[in-house]
Unconditional design. Structure first.
Lengths: 115, 113
C-alpha cells in the first residue's frame, strides 16, 4: 500500500520568498513521485516527476524537488515566489514497476503568495 | 495537439439518477484513468482502462462503472447517485508503459441535489 502525507494544508509566503511545500511518502516498493498544481476550477498540471533517475528533479515554472529515500521525502521548492504561483499543490506516488499504475495523492497544500 | 478533453464541464443531477461522463485521451495515449476529487481533498483513483478492459480499480462501489472504446475514449457511469457523489471527476490519460507522464483533463463538476 502507498500513501502520501503533505504537511501543512495552507502555506503563505511573501512574493520573492522561498517556497517550500513538504511531502512524505510511504511505499513498500520503489516509488515514482510527482508534484501537480491545480489552479481554481481547473484540472491538474504536472510540475515535475521523479522516476528513479537523478534525485534532484527540475520542473516547470522554476520549481524543483529532491528525492530523499532515507527521509522518504519529496519536498517541492522554488527560490522566489511569484503571485502567479498561488494555487493548490498535490504530491502523488505510484509504483515504479509493471504497467502504468494508479496515482495516490496527498490531501494538497494551498499556497498563498502575499504582495 | 489536443490534450485530454472531458464533457460535460458542469452538470446537476438529482439523487437516485444516473450520470455518464465522457473523456477523450491525449492523442497517442492508450490508457485512461478516472479520479474523483471531493471539495478540499486530493483526487482518489476510481479505475483504469486499457485495451477496453478495466485493469485496476480503487475503493469505489459497483455503482461506478466505465467503458473504453476502440478509439481509446472512455466513459464513466455512476448509478443511483448519492449526495456524496458530488465532486470533480478527473480523467487522466497516459501510455501503458510505466513512468510515462500522466495528463489530466479539466474535469467534470457533478452536483447531486
Amino acid at each position: 500500500a502507498q500513501s502520501v502525507t503533505q504537511l501543512g494544508s495552507h502555506v503563505s509566503v511573501s512574493e520573492g520568498a522561498l517556497v517550500l511545500l513538504r511531502c512524505n511518502y510511504s511505499s513498500s516498493v520503489p516509488p515514482y513521485l510527482f508534484w501537480y498544481v491545480q489552479y481554481p476550477n481547473q484540472g491538474l498540471q504536472l510540475l515535475l516527476k521523479y522516476t528513479s533517475a537523478a534525485t534532484l528533479v527540475k520542473g516547470i515554472n522554476g520549481f524543483e524537488a529532491e528525492f530523499k529515500k532515507s527521509e522518504t521525502s519529496f519536498h517541492l521548492t522554488k527560490p522566489s515566489a511569484h503571485m502567479s504561483d498561488a494555487a493548490e499543490y498535490f504530491c502523488a506516488v505510484s509504483e515504479a514497476s509493471g504497467s502504468a499504475r494508479q496515482l495516490t495523492f496527498g490531501s494538497g497544500t494551498q499556497l498563498t503568495v502575499l504582495p | 495537439d489536443a490534450g485530454v478533453t472531458q464533457s460535460p464541464t458542469h452538470l446537476i443531477k438529482t439523487r437516485g439518477q444516473q450520470v455518464t461522463l465522457r473523456c477523450s485521451p491525449k492523442s497517442g495515449h492508450d490508457t485512461v484513468s478516472w479520479y474523483q476529487q471531493a471539495l478540499g481533498q486530493g483526487p482518489q483513483f476510481i479505475f483504469q482502462y486499457y485495451e477496453e478492459e478495466e485493469r485496476q480499480r480503487g475503493n469505489f462501489p459497483d455503482r461506478f462503472s466505465g467503458h473504453q472504446f476502440p478509439n481509446y475514449s472512455s466513459e464513466l457511469n455512476v448509478n443511483a447517485l448519492l449526495l456524496g457523489d458530488s465532486a470533480l471527476y478527473l480523467c487522466a490519460s497516459s501510455l501503458q508503459t510505466v513512468g510515462n507522464t500522466i495528463y489530466f483533463g479539466e474535469g467534470s463538476w457533478l452536483t447531486v441535489v
